[in-house]
Ligand binder design. Structure first.
Ligand SMILES: NC(=O)c1ccc[n+]([C@@H]2O[C@H](COP(=O)([O-])OP(=O)(O)OC[C@H]3O[C@@H](n4cnc5c(N)ncnc54)[C@H](OP(=O)(O)O)[C@@H]3O)[C@@H](O)[C@H]2O)c1
Length: 283
């Protein structure tokens, strides 16, 4: 496995397993299979409703805690968020059956962002969240957070795939020491990604699938990827991406697929802001 070194020295695997949209009653099986396939980075969230199942799979795997890298995410909290954030963190820890989190992310740039961040900084100082970061932060919001707080986020997890490549965002993050992580690396299959002619053609040169080309392309750029699959054969396929290297010419051709925009939704669209910011988790 290859690793990224975060701005506080924490080593994070470049490739992991995401569990968004895996139903809670299928998550333990899926995560157990992913761990058996070799994945050591797991990406869940309070909002996914499957932290307990992830925790059961971790426990039954028998894998040493130090060999795992577990990410979970804080859902939007009201002001003043310091107490609420700590409570939400404890709930996630209990559900996962862990005593620390490797990476704790603020899931959305909404609610009492500064209160949430200050609480996360404290959890980091206490060593209970080894690294802290954000998700879905646009460059302006990210910069504002960096400039007005003590701890610079270690990671920003954002939509990143061949149709929305985020090269400028990655450059700004690199300038400030923030590691980019991709969510939706396959764009969840949108735009017929898995049958894209260019990616298929490049894959053929190496005997690799489109999924493998995409994951190689992301990790080769230094972008951490967390593909999701409920199928063991795809988990194995998605993990087998470090035995080939794309050429500069191929990377340049892949750059032509960039549309420069989201295939899902814009986090700055007022309707989405209102919807996401109003959502509260039960526990
Ligand atoms: N921070 C955020 O706001 C945020 C938002 C979205 C996602 N995420 C994280 O990012 C992770 C990945 O994103 P995602 O789950 O949205 O989508 P994704 O990884 O882009 O795509 C998952 C889809 O691709 C299919 N797939 C996987 N491997 C394949 C292969 N080798 N060949 C063909 N199809 C394949 C899966 O189907 P099967 O399962 O049937 O194989 C599933 O439909 C999530 O699980 C989550 O951890 C974070």
């Amino acid at each position: 496995m290859q690793y990224a070194t975060l701005n506080n020295g924490v080593e994070m695997p470049l490739l992991g397993f995401g569990v968004y949209q895996i139903p809670a009653d299928d998550t333990e099986r899926a995560v157990s299979e992913a761990l058996a396939a070799g994945y050591r980075l797991l990406d869940t969230a309070a909002a996914y409703g499957n932290e307990e199942a992830v925790g059961r799979a971790i426990k039954s795997s028998g894998i040493a805690r130090d060999d795992l890298f577990v990410t979970t995410k804080l859902w939007v909290q009201d002001a003043p968020a310091e107490e609420n954030t700590r409570r939400a963190f404890e709930t996630s820890l209990t559900k996962l059956g862990l005593d620390h989190i490797d990476l704790y992310l603020m899931h959305q740039p909404y609610g009492d962002v500064y209160g949430q961040w200050r609480a996360m900084e404290n959890l980091n100082r206490e060593g209970r969240a080894k690294a802290i970061g954000v998700a879905n932060f646009s460059p302006d919001r990210l910069l504002d957070l960096i400039l007005n707080n003590e701890i610079t986020p270690q990671v920003n997890q954002i939509e990143t795939h061949p149709f929305f490549q985020r090269a400028d965002d990655q450059k700004l993050m690199a300038e400030h020491g923030v590691q980019i992580q991709s969510w939706g690396g396959f764009a969840e299959g949108k735009n017929d990604l898995f049958t894209n002619p260019l990616l298929t053609e490049i894959g053929k040169e190496y005997g690799k699938s489109v999924a493998q080309v995409v994951l190689r392309w992301l990790t080769q750029r230094g972008v951490i990827a967390i593909p999701k699959s409920v199928r063991a054969e795809r988990m194995a396929e998605n993990f087998d991406v470090f035995d080939f290297e794309l050429t500069d010419e191929q990377v340049t051709r892949i750059a032509t697929l960039d549309t420069g925009g989201s295939l899902f939704f814009d986090h700055r669209d007022p309707e989405m802001v209102a919807w996401l910011a109003a959502r509260r988790l039960d526990a």
